[in-house]
Design a protein around this ligand. Structure first.
Ligand SMILES: [Mg+2]
Length: 175
């Protein structure tokens, strides 16, 4: 069985657009910018034997306020820059019936784990919002919360906290 680090996208890999204390995804590929240290962190995690799986909610596509082609263009740019093994995206609008794939539901992690042969108990979820922490816990992974002080409360406590993905690497890969 393989180990993986599941990565939220906005705020973990790329710089979110913050308005009124809350983070939002970039609107276009031109606005899609990797955060400092992310390439190094991904290289270190890969070198330690982890698969890297991005798991991202992009509800604006389901709500009709963002084009799926723009999200796919961002992911092409992201995959060209980083050694990712898989990108899981949930376009569910988050309105009405809860989706089994939209975080905090663990469906994206469960699907990737099943298809890639990942041992979830030996794996991690890194995210910057309560949905990521609850999703990782529901999938049976250890969790790292990247705390930007957003105007949002966590619902469950993470296993660890870090200031960035780069700062989370020593927690995941002890020396
Ligand atoms: Mg995020």
């Amino acid at each position: 069985m393989k180990r993986a680090v599941f990565l939220d996208r906005d705020g973990v890999i790329n710089r979110p657009v913050v308005r009124d204390g809350k983070p939002y995804p970039p609107a276009s590929v031109a606005e899609f910018e990797l955060l400092p240290g992310v390439a190094e962190a991904c290289a270190e995690l890969k070198a330690a034997g982890f698969l890297l799986v991005v798991a991202t909610n992009q509800p604006d596509v389901g709500r009709g306020t963002q084009r799926r082609e723009d999200v796919e263009a961002m992911h092409a740019k992201m995959c060209a820059a980083l050694p990712l093994d898989r990108v899981e995206v949930c376009y569910d609008p988050g309105q009405g019936q809860p989706s089994e794939f939209r975080k905090p539901a663990p469906g994206m992690l469960l699907r990737a784990a099943r298809e890639l042969g990942i041992d979830r108990a030996q794996s991690w979820m890194v995210g910057d919002r309560w949905r990521d922490i609850d999703c990782g816990a529901a999938a049976g992974c250890r969790t790292v919360f990247i705390d930007y002080g957003y105007d949002e409360q966590l619902r469950a406590q993470p296993d660890f906290r870090a200031a960035s993905l780069r700062a989370a690497v020593p927690l995941i890969v002890p020396r």
